[in-house]
Ligand binder design. Structure first.
Ligand SMILES: *Cc1c(COP(=O)(O)O)cnc(C)c1O
Length: 395
């Protein structure tokens, strides 16, 4: 097992003498394992591991490498800056970037061999200009809005976009590599919109093939569809959350029930423990008042580190193997837990906020439920000041 620390404060250089106050541990072998599992769900379809948003908080480049080791043959990101960072770290697998604004550095992307999603005529024409300027062919994936109502060409715009792209393809300016879309209700596989979107997607693919496209990949499935709707796999699946071992469908099953292993553990060391009497208010606004003489512990993590402020009085933690709850308001850098009257905990003792759950610690899903959000938000919002420590794999 290798262990490396990536922090911002010291430019990512691990110091054996430094004690982190709070840290994320990422199990890279879990990420590789999860991609292997997802490949099995995908059948003959290839896996595009989605590593946007700093690998859902797990670290862009280490997560990408771990996913490739697990068999991902594609990577997906939202932003060009993410795609460029992968290329700048010598990651050469096919790579799709899908959320751009006018004026984006399409020339840089084409030069770096990044596939570009096209949802509208403006981006097709900017990409074409960039490709002509370079004397290269841009690889594009045409995105059709099959009902999500977000990005993608909708209705008649789809036909217009397809015709314009085909004209440019015949000139050698672009190559239409893929047609793709995204589900509204992938997490409810029996929702009527799922079938309707699949039908619209099949029609859009047929439009493209009739227009003469020689598509390499058709893709619509995110994590939830990959795990629960094998008929939507087409040529390529695009899981994100499940790559990191979390369940996109918590009502249908936990990670373990799908064979997934959560990769992230969020921990801290107690900064202070102390005795306080019954009736003592804790933290700003005294939103929590002790009901007995007790021991309280100070956890050096707060909303600036991504701990939701609405975890006040509800966020679960594990101290010395016992579940405790955030006591009082979550502050910018810290929060308090009531450790109970019999606690022997001391400053320096570890607190686990969430992990895989194997040792009874809370999970990211537990945090999501306590704070009325989804596990996606819990892991991706962990602040940049929290160092990531990598276990397993190779960097
Ligand atoms: C984020 C994203 C994904 C991955 O979604 P998960 O639910 O995390 O699997 C796939 N496709 C697109 C377009 C996305 O934005």
């Amino acid at each position: 097992m290798t262990e490396q620390i990536h922090g911002l404060a010291d430019g990512g250089v691990a110091s054996p003498m430094r004690r982190e106050t709070a840290f994320v541990t990422v199990d890279l072998d879990a990420i590789s394992h999860n991609v292997e599992v997802l490949s099995k769900y995908a059948g003959s379809a290839a896996v595009m591991a989605v590593v946007k948003a700093d690998g859902y908080g797990h670290g862009l480049v280490p997560s990408a490498r771990a996913a490739i080791r697990g068999g991902a043959s594609w990577l997906g990101v939202a932003q060009l800056s993410e795609a460029m960072a992968l290329r700048n770290n010598e990651i050469q697998v096919p790579l799709l970037s899908w959320l751009h604004v006018p004026g984006s550095d399409f020339a840089g992307a084409i030069s770096a061999g990044i596939d570009l999603s096209v949802s509208a005529l403006w981006s097709l024409s900017e990409i074409a200009d960039a490709a002509r300027g370079l004397g290269r062919t841009a690889r594009i994936h045409l995105k059709v809005d099959t009902g999500l109502g977000r990005n993608g060409a909708f209705g008649d715009d789809w036909q217009r976009l397809l015709s314009a792209a085909r004209r440019l393809e015949s000139e050698g300016v672009v190559r239409i590599v893929g047609v793709w879309s995204h589900f509204v209700y992938a997490d409810e596989p029996t929702h009527p919109t799922v079938r309707r979107q699949e039908e619209r997607f099949a029609l859009a693919v047929a439009d493209a093939e009739r227009a003469g496209c020689d598509l390499e990949v058709r893709h619509i499935a995110n994590s939830a569809a990959t795990l629960t709707n094998p008929g939507a796999a087409f040529d390529l699946v695009r899981p994100g959350l499940a790559v990191y071992g979390l369940s996109p469908v918590p009502l249908l099953g936990d990670p373990q029930s799908f064979g997934l292993t959560p990769a992230m553990t969020l921990s801290a060391d107690l900064a202070v423990t102390k005795q306080v009497p019954a009736g003592q208010g804790l933290s700003y606004g005294h939103q929590y008042v002790t009901s007995q003489d007790t021991t309280v512990g100070l956890v050096p993590m707060g909303y600036a580190d991504g701990i939701p402020r609405n975890a006040t009085n509800v966020g679960p933690v594990s101290v010395g193997g016992t579940r405790r709850t955030v006591a009082g308001r979550v502050c910018m850098d810290q929060f308090v837990v009531d450790l109970g009257p019999a606690s022997t905990a001391r400053a320096g003792d570890p607190v686990i906020l969430f992990g895989a759950g194997d040792s009874g610690e809370p999970t990211a899903q537990d945090w999501a439920e306590a704070t009325e959000t989804i596990s996606y938000e819990i892991v991706s919002r962990i602040g940049s000041r929290v160092p990531r420590i990598y276990l397993g794999g190779q960097m």
